[in-house]
Design a protein around this ligand. Structure first.
Ligand SMILES: Nc1ncnc2c1ncn2[C@@H]1O[C@H](COP(=O)(O)OP(=O)(O)OP(=O)(O)O)[C@@H](O)[C@H]1O
Ligand SMILES: [Mg+2]
Length: 245
């Protein structure tokens, strides 16, 4: 089963999609893989967290048909980014029938250059997330270990099934990554509940709450550059190894 192009998705906001795209991507590149990150969120947080802001060309220009190819910024030799910008929000408001397959079409000529392509989705299930799911081999769903963790996951699964059935037959759920866990009993109960419900689909590695992850973003660094000894670095490296396996 191909598993090169992975959407990092969940329409719930703030459940660590961007933090996971960045640090999982970097972990994979440290493991020796060539990685492309694609920011398809109008908030452009992934681009910002790499200090890539105010780019002349972004993915918005591709959706606006001002640019033929995806603009790629080389963060390092093996770690590249397609940046986003706020203009992307216009696409969500005025989708056209042709725009659903756009990302898939534009990734086709460059996907052979990479081992992994991670797409950081916005917190919505509109045309941008649908573009990502249509272009992807699999979906990694990040779930914050909070009170409403399970809420909304059925909607997410519903969209994945419908895209699988109608537009992208090969699409599968790679797994659920539980993020921002703590030591509280409530938290342990929620984590157990997710494991009981989604069974082997839940990654063994959980991403613990770790302030270094938030600090790294503020400093425009990935966790391996900012604090390589932190829990955050350890957890994302373990998640990367689980995915490679
Ligand atoms: N394991 C963690 N420990 C501590 N803070 C974290 C952790 N993971 C993410 N955060 C922080 O939580 C906030 C939300 O994370 P992030 O931006 O990655 O979520 P998101 O799902 O991409 O959000 P959005 O839905 O807005 O795109 C950020 O401030 C981030 O630094
Ligand atoms: Mg985000």
């Amino acid at each position: 089963m191909d598993n090169k192009i992975i959407s990092v998705a969940n329409h719930k906001g703030g459940c660590a999609k961007t933090t996971s795209s960045l640090n999982l991507g970097r972990a994979l590149s440290i493991l020796g893989f060539k990685v492309l990150l694609v920011d398809i969120d109008p908030q452009a947080n992934l681009s910002q967290s790499l200090g890539i802001e105010n780019e002349r060309e972004t993915i918005s220009d591709v959706f606006n048909q001002k640019l033929e190819h995806l603009p790629v910024v080389k963060v390092s030799d093996t770690f590249h980014l397609v940046p986003a910008s706020f203009e992307l929000s216009a696409i969500e408001l005025q989708p056209t029938i042709n725009s659903y397959f756009l990302l898939k079409k534009k990734l086709e000529p460059i996907e052979k250059d990479y081992d992994y392509i991670l797409i950081d989705c916005p917190p919505s299930l509109g045309i941008l997330t649908q573009n990502a799911l249509i272009a992807s081999d699999s979906v990694l769903i990040t779930v914050e270990a909070g009170y409403f963790a399970l809420k909304g996951l059925d909607t997410m699964y519903g969209l994945i099934s419908s895209i699988k059935e109608n537009l992208n037959n090969g699409l599968f759920v790679l797994g659920l990554a539980i993020t921002k866990t703590t030591h509280t009993n409530l938290n342990k109960e929620i984590t157990q509940n997710l494991k009981d419900t989604f069974k082997e689909k839940v990654f063994e590695t959980v991403i613990r709450t770790n302030v270094s992850l938030a600090e790294a973003t503020l400093n425009r660094k990935d966790i391996f550059a900012y604090s390589p000894q932190s829990y955050g670095a350890e957890d994302y490296m373990n998640l990367a190894k689980e995915i490679v396996k």
